[in-house]
Design a protein. Structure first.
Lengths: 195, 501
């Protein structure tokens, strides 16, 4: 963060402020340090045009399979998505070119990591949320919510699993009391409902 | 002076005990998320959006306005004390503000920021009270081509000006627009892009997208870096947070200039208050260089006062543009527009006719919120920094659980929870690769308007495209848009040349 703010002083006021990723790439020094990374170093950003192209393809697929009546007037339901798909493909192409030409190296840490992102932490969060989403009706809000809380705390770096578990249960129970009992939200009671 | 009468009625509507409570809740919450690094008012509003179905519209919007303004009051606190601005709008205040704190003037810096935000916000609220009804009358003349021009203006300006790469900004926009096309086409009743899944016949829920992109995606991003980014050190801010007469005199012109710079940016959709805060900072720096004893770099009070005033002035007039034109200029404003749609209200000229109680109570609540925020922030700013004592794992765990709660409570479906997770991953990828999120939100919210007005215009003209540029209002809008783009390109080129030399 700190370097983002010091740079912002001297250059574009419009620079995206959020975190190290927003820093302009400085190819000269980072490329030397990352020379061992191979083609994908600094080019993981290709995932963005990939998403965009996939989305445009989905739009095209949807347009082809769309049941449109013969008598629909000119700007029918396909017209606007078609514009989006064209622009989407175009932007994906431009992004690919930009990233191939100028790889983006995020700011280097003092310690070298293989990946810029801490995928283990992300996996804890995503895994926890998946269990929560799938299990909420069976397990009930209190258990599923506590599990989610515990997984996230764990992923973000808490080192006290037993304490976390009790805290998580207290937290999700309080929400249940406040929102389901108090405000009348429809939260499933699940397993505990049968007791 | 009709506005004053209506405003007086608005105060009567706003000053009920329940509504005062919502103002207070909003202000407390906004300041809290503003203070916590990495959280912004857009996340707070996103998490609160599902609450809308439990509140009446007036209460909900009063609370949202409190959060929106409170976020701006709070985010400079941490910028000043720790050099970690919470969101883009606080970066400009951080430069001199943090230096003031380093020089042992932390309480004064916090006071300068709070008073600046108050002045900017108050002035903007007054401007909105008088200008918004006029704007609404103007927009009553809008037909489909005018609305399309307005939407296009918002799209292009937000995605090309804010992002450091215009292509990335536009990519984000297209993703948002595409998400908004899913569901049954309102004009022909044709099912689009649903793969036959009945859960999305009505489209992908705005609440799900908002919570995913701005809250859960943000948590994923924080988690991916939290063990690797070092924490800043916090400067102790004990002492009386009051300014001496000489300091007040020094800061006053900067507050005024900052406010003046910030006001017009509320109606220009360039992504909220980042651009005006930097402009205000830059103006003060230039003026400072001409003085005998330049203060910049040593903790200049003016370098902090101006951006703070500009930031809140922009936020204030942005609310005016949102109410009168239905034009969101930042992601927080886009979520508020989404909230209006949840209640079946469409901001714009009709809002002032159909729901005057709501509009004027909301406008009156701005003034109340400003006073409440000044009280909350001026004497208690150092107290707010104690929020950092909440252990990070529990903070983010709590936010995640609230994401799940909000989406499940409004949809009651596992499907939406899975959708939430998928979209959050998308938001995370975008954040990781420097793709701005505001264009996606604005595209999602304004997309349906853009499509229907484009098709209406073309239908009425039998497919003649020139209808889009007929009439003075679209021409003016496209002209201003072109001007903004040219100025952006120019400033980018100038910056690149400076960097190369």
């Amino acid at each position: 963060m700190s370097s983002a703010s010091t740079q912002g002083a001297s250059e574009a006021p419009w620079a995206e402020p959020s975190g190290p990723t927003a820093d302009p790439p400085r190819p000269t020094d980072t490329e030397q340090r990352r020379s061992g990374g191979g083609f994908w170093a600094g080019r993981s950003g290709l995932v963005v045009p990939a998403v965009l192209a996939a989305l445009s393809t989905y739009l095209v697929y949807g347009m082809v399979t769309m049941p449109v009546g013969e008598d629909t007037d000119f700007p029918g339901p396909r017209f606007y998505p078609m514009l989006l798909a064209i622009v989407g493909y175009l932007l994906a192409l431009l992004l690919v070119l930009e990233i191939l030409r100028k790889p983006e190296h995020p700011e280097q840490d003092e310690v070298e990591y293989r990946f810029y992102s801490d995928w283990k932490a992300v996996a804890w969060l995503v895994g926890g949320f998946l269990i929560f989403a799938v299990g909420i009706e069976f397990l009930g809000w209190i258990v599923a919510g506590a599990l989610l809380f515990w997984c996230v705390a764990r992923g973000v770096g808490s080192k006290r699993p037993i304490f976390d578990l009790s805290l998580a249960l207290v937290f999700s129970s309080l929400i249940y009391l406040g929102f389901a009992v108090g405000l009348g939200l429809n939260l499933p009671s699940g397993l505990l409902g049968g007791l | 002076m009709e506005s004053l009468g209506l405003l007086a009625e608005g105060f009567q509507g706003a000053l009920t005990p329940m509504n005062m409570l919502w103002v207070l809740v909003g202000c407390l919450l906004g300041t809290a998320v503003g203070v916590l690094p990495g959280l912004g008012s857009s996340m707070a509003v996103a998490l609160l959006l599902p609450m809308t179905f439990a509140l009446d519209p007036t209460a909900a919007f009063i609370m949202f306005a409190g959060v929106y303004f409170g976020g701006l009051f709070g985010d400079s606190t941490m910028g000043i004390l720790m050099n970690t601005p919470g969101q883009g709008s606080a970066i400009a205040s951080t430069f001199e503000g943090h230096k003031m704190a380093l020089a042992g003037r932390a309480p004064q810096a916090l006071a300068t920021a709070a008073i600046g935000a108050f002045i900017g916000g108050m002035t903007a609220s007054v401007v909105v009270v008088f200008l918004a009804p006029r704007l609404a009358e103007l927009s009553a003349l809008f037909g489909p081509q005018e609305f399309f021009a307005l939407a296009l203006f918002a799209f292009v300006a937000t995605s090309s000006v804010v992002a450091d790469s215009a292509i990335k900004g536009l990519a984000s926009l297209i993703i948002g627009l595409a998400i908004a096309t899913v569901g049954i086409d309102a004009m022909t009743g044709v099912e689009r892009f649903t793969l036959g899944a009945p859960q999305i016949f009505d489209g992908i829920s705005l609440i799900t997208v908002t919570v995913a992109i701005l809250a859960l995606g943000e948590v994923l991003h924080v988690a991916s870096r939290i063990k690797r980014d070092r924490e800043g050190e916090q400067i102790n801010a004990s002492g009386r947070p009051f300014l001496k007469r000489a300091e007040l005199k020094e800061a006053a012109p900067a507050w005024a200039r900052g406010t003046a710079i910030g006001l017009p940016f509320g109606v220009i959709p360039v992504g909220g208050s980042e651009v005006p805060t930097f402009m205000a900072y830059d103006v003060e720096r230039r003026l400072d260089r001409r003085r005998k004893d330049p203060q910049f770099g040593k903790g200049a009070i003016r370098g902090l006062a101006a951006p703070e005033a500009a930031g809140n002035a922009t936020t204030g007039t942005a609310m005016g543009a949102l109410l009168a034109l239905g034009l969101p200029v930042s992601s927080t404003a886009a979520i508020m527009l989404a909230a209006f749609q949840q209640y079946g209200l469409q901001p714009g000229p009709l809002l002032f006719e159909r729901a005057p109680d709501l509009v004027w109570a909301l406008l009156a609540s701005f003034f109340v919120a400003m006073v409440v925020l000044l009280i909350l922030n001026l004497p208690f700013a150092p107290l707010w920094s104690k929020l950092l004592l909440i252990p990070k794992p529990y903070l983010y765990a709590g936010i995640t659980v609230f994401c799940g709660l909000g989406v499940y409570a409004t949809s009651g479906r596992i499907f939406d929870l899975l959708l939430l997770l998928g979209l959050a991953l998308l938001g995370f990828l975008m954040r990781r690769h420097g793709v701005p999120l505001a264009p996606l939100m604005i595209g999602m919210v304004l997309g349906p308007l853009a499509e229907s007005s484009l098709r209406d215009a073309l239908l009425s003209s039998d497919g003649d495209w020139s209808v889009l540029v007929s009439g003075p209002i679209p021409l003016v809008l496209y002209g201003v848009l072109l001007l903004i783009i040219l100025l952006t390109v120019r400033s980018k080129v100038v910056n690149r040349m400076r960097r190369d030399v």
